[in-house]
Design a protein around this ligand. Structure first.
Ligand code: SAH
Ligand code: DHB
Ligand code: MG
Length: 222
């Protein structure tokens, strides 16, 4: 059996080899820790994956649900480039305040539209106000709402858009019928919804690393 500490040191190796100091956002992670935020940001290799996927499809408009301290937000903001936009939702005012400062330090404020409040209450507003559909959505907030967030992301996205959902494996709980915690139930409801949705093609990939055993669901809008 492999140990989590090995996964962590391999993430350190990947980071040292392929992720520059400017990219790594160490100050953001330190500021989050000082402010008492939970260390549940995507890992640096995962953040760079989000960035690379966004770059690969030329994403200019990104939707994020679950900002925390703005770590994944900043990776996505780098990808959209000058004039691009990341609309990100955060329910916790303290998280949002820390995120605002981090995003500003990274020089990304002009590209980030941070909205504070419960995402499910605020997404309908976005639906009515938006002219331009999203190229990519990253869903990483409260897990029981994943299927509902997926519906909104689909509704608000262009054909060819990517919808990426974090934390869908939860140490295998998704596929363990005896696991009935809200994370496992939320992940299963998401898989069911995606499987029944003819407008997307999708997969999920398990990941190991600094964040243990988890994974992403990745869907492409037809
Ligand atoms: N995407 C971030 C991590 C997000 S952690 C990163 O990788 O850097 C999940 C965040 O979702 C937390 O900050 C939490 O406060 C927020 N959240 C939980 N429920 C929410 C809701 N209903 N609406 C908006 N944000 C929510
Ligand atoms: C948790 C939430 C996350 O978004 C994550 O990436 C890891 C853990 C959590 O709530 O435990
Ligand atoms: Mg997450």
């Amino acid at each position: 059996m492999f140990e989590v500490k090995n996964w962590h040191s391999v993430d350190d190796y990947i980071g040292a080899a392929l992720i520059s100091k400017e990219e790594a956002q160490e100050e953001t992670l330190a500021a989050n820790a000082r402010a008492g935020l939970p260390a549940i940001d995507v890992s640096p290799p995962q953040g760079k994956l989000l960035y690379l996927l966004a770059c690969a499809i030329g994403a200019r408009h990104v939707l994020e649900i679950g900002t925390l301290g703005g770590y994944s937000t900043t990776w996505l903001a780098r990808a959209v480039g000058e004039g691009g936009k990341v609309v990100t939702f955060e329910v916790d005012a303290h998280h949002a305040e820390v995120a605002r400062a981090n995003v500003a330090r990274e020089g990304m404020s002009a590209r980030v539209d941070l909205r504070v409040g419960p995402a499910l209450e605020m997404l309908p507003l976005l639906e009515s106000e938006r002219a331009q559909p999203f190229d990519l959505a990253f869903i990483d907030a409260d897990k029981p709402s994943n299927a509902a967030y997926f519906d909104y992301a689909l509704k608000l996205s262009r054909p060819g858009a990517l919808i990426i959902v974090d934390n869908v494996i939860r140490e295998g709980a998704v596929a363990d019928a005896s696991a009935t915690d809200s994370g496992a139930l939320g992940a299963r409801a998401l898989f069911d919804a995606v499987a029944a949705e003819g407008r997307v093609e999708a997969t999920a990939v398990q990941t190991v690393g600094a964040k243990g055993w988890d994974g992403f669901l990745i869907a492409r809008v037809r």
